[in-house]
Design a protein around this ligand. Structure first.
Ligand SMILES: [Zn+2]
Length: 164
């Protein structure tokens, strides 16, 4: 398994200089390190998961595992063994979302089953603000705090979720 932590750090309790720097630069958080190690514990001796790569593990009430394009298949092999196992380890629902260069597509996956009406970008002289537009009637499907937190890691700039 590949992760934003090196092999040595995946297996030890302390972080090497390179991985510590990633934490300092906020490319990964301490909570994610704990979560990534839990995934690693499950898959480490299994050849089937050798090429699985984890990018981020975000979320509060739901665990969102962000993986490269094409990697969600690993969670569904053998009847969804990994997905089921992780839901029980994290004691929360687990969602796997593949990375995409297409921001709209990615956000749509993230907020499913709600629909993304649109993603607007508002430019100000100092920054960029993303407006994620979701139908008001689908509000119940979206945990605003959680979605904002995840997108804040992935979209540089301000973010607003607008139910309309
Ligand atoms: Zn390391």
């Amino acid at each position: 398994m590949k992760a934003p932590l090196c092999k040595v750090c995946l297996e030890s309790d302390i972080l090497c200089n390179v991985c510590s720097k990633r934490v300092e630069e906020e490319k990964i958080t301490q909570i994610e390190i704990k979560r990534i190690k839990k995934v690693y514990e499950i898959v480490k001796n299994n050849k089937e998961f050798e090429n699985l790569e984890i990018k981020r593990i975000l979320g509060i009430n739901t665990i969102y595992i962000i993986v490269p394009k094409g990697h969600s298949k690993y969670f569904f092999i053998r009847n969804g063994f990994l997905l089921k196992k992780l839901s029980s380890v994290f004691k929360r629902p687990v969602k796997v979302v593949e990375e995409s260069g297409d921001k709209r597509f990615f956000i749509q996956k993230l907020i499913q089953p709600a629909t993304l009406i649109g993603l607007n970008v508002l430019y100000t002289p100092e920054s960029k603000k993303y407006i994620v537009r979701i139908p008001y009637r689908e509000r119940k499907f979206v945990n605003e705090k959680e979605v904002s937190q995840i997108l804040s890691f992935l979209l540089p700039g301000e973010l607003e979720i607008k139910f309309e």
